[in-house]
Design a binder for this molecule. Sequence first.
Ligand code: 2NL
Length: 360
Amino acid sequence: MIEPTDYPDLGALLPRLAGIPTLPADAVEAEHTAILGRKSGILTAALKTLASLPVDERKRYGAAVNRLKARFEAAFAERAEALAAERRRHEAAGADLTMPGRRQWVGAEHPVTKVVDEIVGIFRELGFAVATGPEVETEWYNFLALNFPADHPAMDMHDTLYLDAPAAAGEPGGRLLLRTHTSPVQIRTMQASPPPVRVVIPGMVYRNDAMDASHLPAFSQIEGLAVDEGISFVDLKATLTHFAHRFFSPTTRTRFRPSFFPFTEPSAEMDVECQLCHGGGCPACKGSGWMEILGCGMVHPAVLENCGLDSERYTGWAFGMGPHRIALLRYGVPDIRLLLGGDMRFLAAVGRPGRTRADG
Ligand code: 2NL
């Protein structure tokens, strides 16, 4: 028996023969032409050389070529039948094989996730640690330690979500609630570790608010706190201005306006120039040219004392901001509910590659 391997030119075709049963549908015809094509198929060409061979060799080689040709023909026929059967199976299952394929899409971080990561990153560069804490808190950690008077309206059921469950036995601090800000984590940080303290706290907070274009009942907050000997309002202003320049752009103008919080004194709001009109006045900034991005102030001495710190020795500053709100300002989103909707057209528009801190 003469095998194709007796002839190197024929032996070289055996791997291609072995590959036919797994050829993709769109490659079968080209392979068939390459091997068996009338004009330039490899085996067709081999047969054409027979006339120039001595008689004995012509018989032996001719027989080998023809046997190999028959095996290729059988393999192609089998592959064609297998593909046809597969097509019939798909068609029976209702698949339309003429439909164009679905384009692959690439995911992106959610705009709020990006904002939180960038803000935390900027403060980490400055040496701030990151801390997190419980979302279920007591009235003491959420309000009283922060110098809220016991009759403050924020403690009302209209504003704060209280739990029916009683606080664990031995846990001081009154009713249980969903924290309305991340400040309780700062209280816990000051209780647990002596100054110097430099910490940022990202997390979800909860308020009994109806959802509308600018309010969510559950939203993110980032607060920051620095406590040490000799800390002054200058540290607050310099650090938060640096933050605005890193987060928005080095030329973004900032301003501080007096404000009030029970837990800081003095207190302020920080504005940055409107990121849409850059100060000229537009609907997004209601014509003022400014956007409010955070609240801040010097930690109230009563708050330091509530955490067991000597307010004659230590001072500190703190801030709080809302990443959901900042994402609206930064990406020019008109309705905060878009950040929860999962609408891919919206997420693709704000999440597309290239929208980075570097190009604002
Ligand atoms: C805002 C205002 C603020 C703080 C949060 C804070 C925390 C402690 C002590 C003092 Cl433990 N202050 N946090 C201070 C000023 C403002 O948030 O508008 N947030 C969205």
